[in-house]
Design a protein around this ligand. Structure first.
Ligand SMILES: Nc1ncnc2c1ncn2[C@@H]1O[C@H](COP(=O)(O)OP(=O)(O)OP(=O)(O)O)[C@@H](O)[C@H]1O
Ligand SMILES: [Mg+2]
Length: 249
């Protein structure tokens, strides 16, 4: 079953009168429910931009080119109002941002619990779930630390705990192992794989890490704002073409 389907996704940034950046130049992408997909490509190729659009954080361009389409769980997302997009993000999606986006004044535990709060879960339930999520990424003993009191890799793992705490249908992670040494990176990858297998969670991982890409079911390559190969492989012909059938008959 298709979970996410995007067509004609474009994103243009205008900086002043003369400087236009075509971050996405028309992307078609389809993600199946339960898939673990890597998005790879050079710096500036549009990976984060695509992730932000698929995660309903930004809308695609509406005013030039063919009309964009984006559906999540079979529902159209392009026409949706900001309130409903926010609700879907909070309840059904988890994000790991490239720069973590932790709240500096809150502890690790409070940062994770914030995701519960947005999803309408509070009190003891949120605290228990947040501690369990921190434990999952090996940080139960850092629950009371603020981001400035954590290493880059630890902050990244707090961000991952926050993305996983509500067991969202879809996790979008931008370089989730970018600040981790290879041992930690393998652990995080194993955790993500386990969540994917046990909870059927769909994962979209932007990565430069070959080990992460190799562990995914599928790799989407981006270059210069476009997907570098078909997002959906051409169906394999199961029967020989009629002309060949005749020739071999
Ligand atoms: N808010 C913005 N304003 C203007 N230009 C932007 C903005 N965000 C991204 N861009 C530009 O869009 C292009 C794609 O950026 P994006 O962040 O999607 O790349 P990326 O593939 O994630 O790169 P990296 O691997 O370095 O994270 C880049 O050229 C970037 O400079
Ligand atoms: Mg990026």
């Amino acid at each position: 079953m298709t979970l996410l389907d995007g067509r004609n996704l474009r994103k243009t940034y205008r900086l002043g009168r003369s400087n236009t950046v075509h971050a996405l130049r028309g992307v078609d992408v389809s993600i199946e429910s339960g898939e673990m997909v890597a998005i790879i490509g050079p710096s500036g190729s549009g990976k984060s931009t695509l992730m932000h659009i698929l995660g309903l954080l930004h809308g695609p361009d509406l005013n030039h080119g063919p009309r964009p389409e984006l559906s999540f769980g079979g529902r159209d997302m392009v026409e949706l109002g900001e309130g409903e997009r926010t609700r879907i993000r909070a309840r059904e999606m988890g994000f790991v941002f490239q720069d973590f986006n932790l709240v500096p004044t809150l502890t690790a535990l409070e940062n994770v619990a914030l995701a519960c709060d947005y999803a309408g879960i509070g009190g003891a339930e949120a605290r228990t779930a947040s501690l369990a999520a921190l434990d999952l990424v090996g940080l139960a003993d850092r629950a009371g630390h603020r981001p400035a009191e954590l290493s880059g890799g630890e902050q990244q793992r707090v961000a991952l705990a926050r993305a996983l705490v509500n067991r969202p249908k879809l996790v979008l992670a931008d370089e989730p192992t970018g600040n981790l040494d290879s041992e930690r990176s393998s652990e995080v990858l194993a955790t993500l794989r386990r969540f994917n297998r046990e909870h059927g969670q769909t994962l979209i991982l932007v990565t430069h890490d070959q080990e992460v890409a190799a562990a995914c079911d599928r790799v989407i390559r981006m270059r210069d704002g476009r997907i570098h190969e078909p997002a959906v492989p051409a169906p394999i012909a199961l029967r020989p073409a009629p002309a060949l059938e005749r020739a071999s008959a």
